[in-house]
Design a protein around this ligand. Structure first.
Ligand SMILES: [Zn+2]
Ligand SMILES: [Zn+2]
Length: 376
C-alpha cells in the first residue's frame, strides 16, 4: 500500500505541454523558464507539506457548477448542494449545530502535518457547489424525500452524489496546484509535487469516465449497472461518510484496484461508500459498476460476510485510508480518551504521513481501526 517513491521520477512535465499553472502557455516558456531563476529550494518540502499547503490553497478555489447531465435546464441559482443527505443525517450527529471534521495542521515542533478534530457548522459540513437548485431537488428527491427502501435507483443516486462530491473536490485541488505553481514555478520540477499533481489529474480523468457511465445509465434508466451491498446495523453510529474512492485492497488483503499504477493509460475505478446514521440504526451502502472486475471480490466478500467486526474494520480502513468526506459527532469524540482520539487521527493520516516509517505506523493504525465502536 505504499507509494513507491522511485516511481515519482517517471513524471516530468514535457516542454511543449500546456503549463500546469494554467497560464495557457507551453511549459518550456512559462514555469520552466521562470523556475531557472527561482530562489525557492524545494528539497526541504516534503510531499506532505505540499499537501497541507495545498489544502490551505484549496480555500481560494471554490467555484460553482452543476453536474447535471443536461445543463440547458439548470435553474439560475447555483446553490451549495449537500454531499451528505440534507434530511436529518447531520442533525443526528451534530451538537449545537456543529460536527467535527479532521483537518490538517502543521505541528510547530516537528513541522509535520497532523490531523485535528475541528468543529464546523452543520450547514458548512460537506457542502459543495455541484448542483443548481433545480437539479439538486430533481435528482436527489428519491433519497432525500423518500425513506430508504434499497431500490436500485436510490443506490444509484447515492453513488452519483458521492462521485460528484469527490470530483468537485479534485477539480478544486488541481486549481490549487495551478495557483501553487504560479507562486512557485520551481515546484514544477520537484518530483514529490508534480507526482501529486499528476495523480490528481489522472484521478479527475478517471472520475469523468465514471461520470459518463452514470450518465449513460441514467439515459437508459439502467440503474442495475451498479451492484450494491446494503447492510443495516441495529445502532446509530457517531459519524457519517459519503465517498467514492479507488480501493487498493479487498477484505482478505488481496489486490483490488491497482491504485499505485501510475501508467497514464491505467484506469482506476471507484467504489462508492455511504455510511448513514439513522434512528436506532445505521445504513451502509457499498456499490460498484458491474464491469469493474477488480471490485468483484469485495462485493462477494461483503455479501457472504457474517462477521460484523470484520466488515466494520474493512469499511473503517477504506474511509480512513482513502476518504476525506467523513464527519464525526462531537458528543462521541469528546467522550473518548486522548489515546483513542489519537488512534483515529493517526489512522486517517494515510498519504499525509511525512515519512515511510510513519506511513507504516499509521497504516497499522488504519488496519486496526473500528469506527463503528463510535456509537451514539
Ligand atoms: Zn506556468
Ligand atoms: Zn443544474
Amino acid at each position: 500500500m505504499f507509494v513507491p517513491m522511485n516511481e515519482a521520477k517517471k513524471y516530468q512535465f514535457k516542454p511543449y505541454e500546456e503549463c500546469p499553472c494554467e497560464s495557457g502557455q507551453k511549459y518550456k516558456f512559462c514555469c520552466y523558464a521562470k523556475s531557472r531563476n527561482s530562489k525557492v529550494d524545494f528539497r526541504d518540502y516534503s510531499a506532505t507539506r505540499i499537501t497541507a499547503e495545498g489544502r490551505r490553497l484549496l480555500k481560494d478555489t471554490e467555484f460553482k457548477m452543476c453536474f447535471a447531465f443536461d445543463t440547458s435546464e439548470c435553474s439560475k441559482d447555483l446553490i451549495g448542494a449537500h454531499s451528505i443527505q440534507n434530511n436529518g443525517v447531520l442533525d443526528k450527529i451534530s451538537v449545537e449545530n456543529h460536527v467535527y471534521a479532521l483537518s490538517s495542521e502543521i505541528d510547530q515542533n516537528t513541522m509535520y502535518p497532523q490531523l485535528e478534530f475541528t468543529p464546523i457548522g452543520k450547514n458548512q459540513a460537506s457542502i459543495f457547489s455541484g448542483f443548481c437548485k433545480k437539479h439538486d431537488e430533481d435528482y436527489f428527491k428519491c433519497i432525500e424525500d423518500k425513506d430508504y427502501e434499497g431500490t436500485l435507483e436510490q443506490n444509484y443516486w447515492f453513488g452519483f452524489r458521492a462521485l460528484c462530491f469527490e470530483l468537485h473536490r479534485k477539480l478544486r485541488l488541481k486549481k490549487s496546484f495551478a495557483n501553487f505553481f504560479k507562486k512557485y514555478p520551481g515546484a514544477t520540477r520537484t518530483p514529490s509535487i508534480y507526482t501529486e499533481y499528476y495523480n490528481t489529474k489522472l484521478s479527475i480523468r478517471d472520475s469523468w469516465t465514471e461520470y459518463e457511465r452514470f450518465k449513460s445509465a441514467y439515459a437508459k434508466k439502467s440503474f442495475n449497472n451498479l451492484e450494491s451491498i446494503v447492510k443495516v446495523v441495529p445502532f446509530t453510529v457517531g459519524f457519517t461518510a459519503t465517498t467514492s474512492v479507488g480501493v487498493g485492497m479487498d477484505m482478505e488483503g488481496n489486490l483490488a484496484a491497482d491504485i499505485y499504477n501510475y501508467n497514464d493509460k491505467h484506469f482506476i475505478p471507484n467504489l462508492y461508500v455511504s455510511v448513514i446514521p439513522k434512528e436506532n440504526m445505521t445504513l451502509i451502502i457499498i456499490s460498484r459498476f458491474h464491469e469493474d472486475n477488480c471490485y468483484k471480490n469485495i462485493l462477494s466478500q461483503l455479501n457472504g460476510n457474517e462477521n460484523d467486526e470484520k466488515l466494520f474494520r474493512y469499511i473503517s480502513f477504506c474511509l480512513a485510508e482513502y476518504s476525506e468526506n467523513v464527519y464525526f459527532s462531537p458528543a462521541v469524540i469528546d467522550s473518548l480518551s486522548e489515546a483513542n482520539k489519537r488512534k483515529i487521527k493517526t489512522a486517517f493520516m494515510g498519504v499525509l504521513s511525512p515519512t515511510p516509517e510513519l506511513r507504516l505506523r499509521n497504516l497499522y493504525a488504519t488496519t486496526s481501526l473500528n469506527l463503528f465502536d463510535l456509537k451514539l
